[in-house]
Each structure stands twice: as structure tokens, then as C-alpha cells.
Design a binder for this molecule. Sequence first.
Ligand SMILES: N[C@@H](CCC(=O)N[C@@H](CS)C(=O)NCC(=O)O)C(=O)O
Length: 213
Amino acid sequence: MKLYFHPMSGNSRRVLLVAAHLDVPLERVVVDLTQGEQRGAAHLARNPNGHVPVLDDDGFVLWESRAIMQYLADKTPGQTLLPTDARGRADVNRWLFWCAVHMAPANTVLVFENFVKALTGRGAPDPAEVARGTGLVAKYAPILDAHLAGKTWVAQDRVTLADYSLAASFALAGPARLPIGDYANLRAWLGRVQELDAWQRTAPPAPPAAARG
Ligand SMILES: N[C@@H](CCC(=O)N[C@@H](CS)C(=O)NCC(=O)O)C(=O)O
């Protein structure tokens, strides 16, 4: 299986985390987002959205990171990252959708303003966008923080796709200056995910100094 990805992309990271956890070998193909390769004809043919990640499993081409996570889990006999019973699966899906619709987009505003712009030489953060992203993180991060009180993992009392999906959206918390300092449960949980073997095995290279926050 081939994964078209970029090493600094949080959306790619969540797929890499699941593949590492499940020991699914992936041939990694970098799409250079810093050079606009995602908007070239070859990549648009794989994903008309011009985004990474994209999985190619022997001609079956799949985009959307959480769909790819589920596909890898479904293909792996005996996996425990995605429950097979209706309620367990719904519980994990609840957090996957919440991540996709609320938490990750909130974090992405600040990742773009405080990290991607520096990485790609697109100028200073826009204060209005920083204020908007800060407001969105302040709206959603406390929900995750409160949910994690007294819990080790987000769903099902074990590591699931929910943890990898959400943690990947916080992967650039430092350089993106995500305002999560007040959320002790969230930070402790993120620390636990970051200690997992899959996290260590998928660490991206250090970004250039200008984008380190
Ligand atoms: N909902 C998509 C989002 C994918 C996405 O936004 N990927 C970013 C990288 S983290 C991208 O490819 N950006 C390129 C661009 O916007 O030009 C997913 O989960 O896969």
C-alpha cells in the first residue's frame, strides 16, 4: 500500500500512527506541500481536493484521513483500535467526527497562522485569524479536557482511533502555540499518547528554525 503524505501534516500523521500501531507496512510517497505539488495534475487525479493523505491500495484510492484509519483497522484481523460492536464503534466514531468537524479545524487555524506561514514564507500571522483560532480552541478543548477527567484514553478504556485522530491534531501544539496550557487532563492524555511506540516511530523531522515557534 502506498501513502501519499507530507511529514509535517497532522492529517497524514494520524494515518501513519495507525499503520505503525497495526504494523501495516506503507510505502511512503512525499507530496511536497511547500512546493504546491498537491495542486499538480498527478495529485489532483488522486484527490480532487488537493490534500494529503491519500492511500493507494492496489488501485483502490482513498482520501480523508479518518476513512483511511478505519480502512487500515478493518483490514487488520484481531485489531482493537476500532470496535466491531455497534455501541463501541459509535463511541469511537463520535470522537472521530467531533475531531474532524470541531477540534482539528480549530487547531488548524493556529497551525496555519503560527506554523505553516513561517514554514512556507507566507508572512506574519494574521491577528484576526489568531484570535478566531484561539476562540475556537477555547470553545472545544475544554470539552475534551472535561471528558478526559479520570480517564486514560478518549474512548473504550483503551487506545483507539479516537486517540490517534485527536492527538495528531495536537501534534504541532508547540510551534503552533496552541493555547492548551490550562487543560491538565488534555495535556496529560497527550503525553500518554506521545509515549506510545507508534508516536515515537512516526515522529517527523524537526522543522526549520523559523517555524519552531
Ligand atoms: N479532511 C482532510 C483534510 C486533509 C488536509 O487538509 N490536508 C492538508 C495537510 S495537513 C493538506 O493537504 N493541505 C494542502 C493544501 O491545503 O494545499 C483529511 O482528514 O484527510
